[in-house]
Design a protein around this ligand. Structure first.
Ligand code: UD1
Length: 341
């Protein structure tokens, strides 16, 4: 198998496309597999334009085992980064089976096919959501996971467990779960970025769409939390920095530098930022005023979560680098590019 070739499932999407770019920049070959259920070819085209590489793309649903197996027969990758999953928390509460069926089936297919076709390394996209309302902050990888409050969050926990158990049982496999905090921003070229369908559920796309005039007013969900300014605290990680963490994780396994065959890393900045602070930063660096109001708390939100990143810093040799100012500038540059403003 080609050690320097990586299959990126969900590679047309937000995190997948940025990761494909960073992998190629670092010298890896990349194959993108995506069924475009929550993305479109613009992500793939963006990767090709930024890198100048005609990255192979396969339109395939990872839940369709036979069709997915064809990708393993056709391409010679030794590693897989599995992004392909549904990710809307509210929808997962309303329709849990949609989430269990899709997110678990596709991941189990990845593991089965990797075994069947003799592939070695897997990175799974996990989430800080596994920590829930943590008892200690910042959270380390040892901080106990809390019972999930949504089917989406549950699929993240279950897939982590599936990976842990599979790696323990099947000696051909090695795995890393990356727990993302809040990915934001866009590529400096503004050729790829986050493109939510419908009304954005996440803060930064809502901010940029409000600035673009697509949404009338941003609602800040709660200003009466027990924090300094009353709004929630999160760890906003720049998307390019996050993408680079995947390159570090793959390289670690390819170069056999992993200490355990299954490892978990937090991927964040280590810095807590409030909703008000993020809004103010966006306004300042882009020199505009955002229309916003304070609204009631959103069900299911935790007050605060941010990462202790020591393990990723020391073991992956990775750390977040892009300043928040630059990230928030890139988010707006991307929105303007997409809307042709
Ligand atoms: C959310 C999910 C998390 C998932 C992640 C994926 C919930 C409860 N959590 O994280 O499980 O892994 O997305 O991207 O849905 N906010 C506003 N106004 C808005 C939108 C958000 O004030 O219009 C606030 C929220 O209350 C929160 C912060 O902004 O305090 C960040 O929200 P969001 O971007 O949705 O991310 P999380 O909720 O942290």
């Amino acid at each position: 198998m080609k050690k320097n070739c990586v299959l990126v499932s969900g590679g047309a999407g937000y995190i997948g496309s940025h990761t494909a770019v960073e992998l190629i920049t670092a010298g890896f070959d990349v194959v993108i597999a995506d069924n475009l259920s929550n993305s479109d070819m613009s992500g793939v085209e963006g990767v090709r334009r930024i890198t100048g590489v005609d990255v192979p793309f396969v339109n395939v649903d990872c839940c369709d085992r036979e069709a997915f197996a064809e990708v393993f027969r056709r391409y010679d990758f030794d590693s897989v980064i599995h992004f392909a999953a549904y990710k809307a928390v509210g929808e997962s509460v309303a329709d849990p089976m949609k989430y269990y069926r899709n997110n678990l089936t596709s991941f189990m297919n990845v593991i089965d096919l990797m075994r069947e076709y003799g592939r070695s390394n897997i990175v799974f996209s996990s989430s800080a959501t596994v920590y829930g309302e943590a008892d200690e902050l910042p959270v380390t990888e040892q901080t106990p996971r809390k019972p999930a409050t949504s089917a989406y969050g549950n699929t993240k926990q279950m897939c982590e467990d599936i990976l842990r158990d599979s790696v323990a049982a099947y000696s051909s496999l090695k795995g890393i779960a990356l727990r993302y905090f809040n990915p934001v921003g866009a590529h400096p070229s503004a050729l790829i970025g986050e493109l939510p369908r419908g009304v954005p559920q996440n803060l930064v796309p809502y901010i940029t769409q409000t600035a673009a005039g697509i949404r009338e007013c941003l609602s800040i969900f709660g200003d009466d939390y027990p924090t300094e300014d009353g709004s929630c605290l999160r760890d906003y990680i720049d998307i390019v920095d996050l993408a680079k963490a995947h390159v570090a994780a793959i390289s670690r396994m390819v170069e056999q530098k992993n200490k355990e065959r299954y490892e978990v890393f937090n991927v964040g900045t280590g810095r807590a930022v409030s909703v008000f602070e993020l809004v103010r930063t966006f306004e300042r660096v882009n020199d505009l005023k955002l229309n916003y109001k304070v609204a009631p708390r959103r069900a299911g939100d935790v007050v605060a979560v941010w990462a202790d990143t020591t393990l990723a810093n020391e073991e992956l040799g990775w750390q977040a680098e892009r300043p928040l100012d630059e990230t928030m500038r890139s988010a707006w540059a991307w929105e303007k590019y997409v809307r042709k403003l």
